[in-house]
Design a protein around this ligand. Sequence first.
Ligand code: C2E
Ligand code: MG
Ligand code: MG
Ligand code: MG
Length: 288
Amino acid sequence: RAKTEGRDTYRYFEASMGAEARDKRVMEHELRQAVARDEFYLVYQPQKEISSGKMVGFEALIRWRHPERGDVPPSIFIPLAEDSGAIGQIGDWVLTAACREAASWENPLTVAVNVSAVQLHNPNFSRKVHETLLKSGLAAARLELEITETALVKDMPRALASLRQVKALGVRVAMDDFGTGYSSLSNLRAFPFDKIKIDGSFIKSVDTNGQVAAIVRAVLGLGRGLGLPVLAEGVETLGELKFLDAEACEIGQGYYLGKPAPIEAFGDLTGHGKRVRARGADRQDGSL
Ligand code: C2E
Ligand code: MG
Ligand code: MG
Ligand code: MG
């Protein structure tokens, strides 16, 4: 039911939420119980080297299967979880689940985990990351944390301290949604990022829209100048991928290269779920 009606169910919910602040409180309450009720799961989206089509890693993306509302998208419940404080517990769950999963893969691909502002501002953040790595057995070099600019602005010194501490563990950090925040350039200078993820809104039609192309070329130049690899998010077409390849963008992610799916769909890469793969449940070939 959730699978087929999820979108409609959700649209109804969204409409009613504006009208009823009470609904928001109900959902915040449900969010706090959702970890214990096992309602969250992770899907994984491929990240591929553009020049070769080779897989380099997966981004873990959280999903919430609400027993009545169906699938609620993270763009709705993550902000609620941040407001209510539930994000601490949810973020811990995501980190643990993603590290455990990645530690079991046959290939040493990286796993990218999204981290919210509230998590980054917790003085225990790097200790939690360290403990999670030790418990899961995942090598620090295989974990990448994706951080949006809004996560940095609240308390810059605290955020900077957290980033330095996790980097000292050997974990890498990527700036997510680059170009959509207020002060992308100063943040790039102030924080020790290892990668730039260009927001998908700049990749859409990059091959046909000259203005967008100019912006993407400039970001690629910025990455080159700073010695940071650039990942293009939201690659949806072959045309976009060809443009990025011609402009020497290092890494791509998007529906054209692979949609987010439960890890079983990527069995030949991870060594799990070969049965699902054998049925042709997904397409691994992202080459040009
Ligand atoms: P994000 O980190 O920028 O993740 C990329 C989003 O773009 C994902 O949406 C993904 O499904 C979607 N996407 C991927 N390829 C394409 C494409 O080709 N076209 C289009 N139109 N979209 C594409 P999703 O999974 O709904 O997540 C939305 C946002 O929610 C994420 O943006 C991230 O900011 C947040 N989020 C997701 N999982 C977590 C989590 O575990 N923790 C935290 N704190 N935030 C999360
Ligand atoms: Mg992300
Ligand atoms: Mg993003
Ligand atoms: Mg985003």
